[in-house]
Design a protein around this ligand. Sequence first.
Ligand SMILES: Nc1ncnc2c1ncn2[C@@H]1O[C@H](COP(=O)(O)OP(=O)(O)OP(=O)(O)O)[C@@H](O)[C@H]1O
Length: 332
Amino acid sequence: MIELEGLTKRYGDKTAVDNLTFSVRPGIVTGFLGPNGAGKSTTMRMMLGLDNPTAGTVRIDGRQYARLKDPLTFIGALLDAKAMHGGRSAYNHLLCLAQSNGIPKSRVSEVLDTVGLTAVAKKKSKGFSLGMGQRLGIAGALLGDPQILMFDEPVNGLDPEGIHWIRNLMKSLAAAGRTVFVSSHLMSEMALTADHLVVIGQGRLLADTSMADFIRENSRSFVRLRSPQRERLLDVLHENGVTVVEAGNGTLEVDGGSPEQLGELAASHQLVLHELSPQQASLEEAFMQLTAGSVEYHAHSGGTAPQPPSQQPQQQGWGASWNRDKNQGKGA
Ligand SMILES: Nc1ncnc2c1ncn2[C@@H]1O[C@H](COP(=O)(O)OP(=O)(O)OP(=O)(O)O)[C@@H](O)[C@H]1O
């Protein structure tokens, strides 16, 4: 377990991390998200005792990092894959880490094998590709067989096979009961990997919630309808108090209704439907929606700042009027 309480870091008058309080639990993969400059790396560095907080505390299994004996056996981290002595071989790099952390030498070959670098173990790491460097960094994180693992942008530079591998590695580490905390800007990858999300913006906590709740709470979900009897369907929906958005290609979009309710309503009026599909926004859309106000660094093209995905106007009355009408129909 990692526990942050009131964690704050100021650089001069810049507050990089602002009063963060959250816990990272074992048995699941927790994703750490935030726009560029949000304070993710600074937070992770403070978790590892590499930066001193201006205020607040971080506890690793109840203790400060500095108080851990042989810390690599408690928490393993990949922060900056390039942060290694390039003149050393992969094997020697890991051996040095093992020797200074009370880790048996036999672990070096084991983790090289785990990350697929056995064949290049004696090669100097300065000749490694970005992806090989990432794998060596991950080997370092796994070396002490720690219960807590922290990865900052672990899929950077990895090819599709490597991305697939690290995703499964993180999931299997969590399934074995370990605590896995990972940052990434690749939303599609995060959506496939993380069970829980911690989201920050301008150093402040914006969300600490499950993946499913995060998407549900920060995006629009609706049901898309298509019918060859579109005008009649529109009338029926309006008559039943359902607020509809007329979308392109002749489709209709209903916020807040269930496909079951809409399908039954259409059937009761003998209307043919060619489409009845629930639509859920992606993690990327939900993330952009939540963090739109905390993005510090905008790219500009033609003077237009990027916009979050459009949110349709709040629909009103669907559930209430549906239930009221249905109940009235039953004589309730
Ligand atoms: N050593 C430092 N001195 C001064 N400011 C710093 C220092 N380290 C970080 N910052 C500032 O703190 C803020 C947070 O930076 P940090 O690198 O933690 O963000 P991040 O979320 O990891 O960003 P990214 O996604 O771009 O890697 C930024 O505004 C950054 O410029």
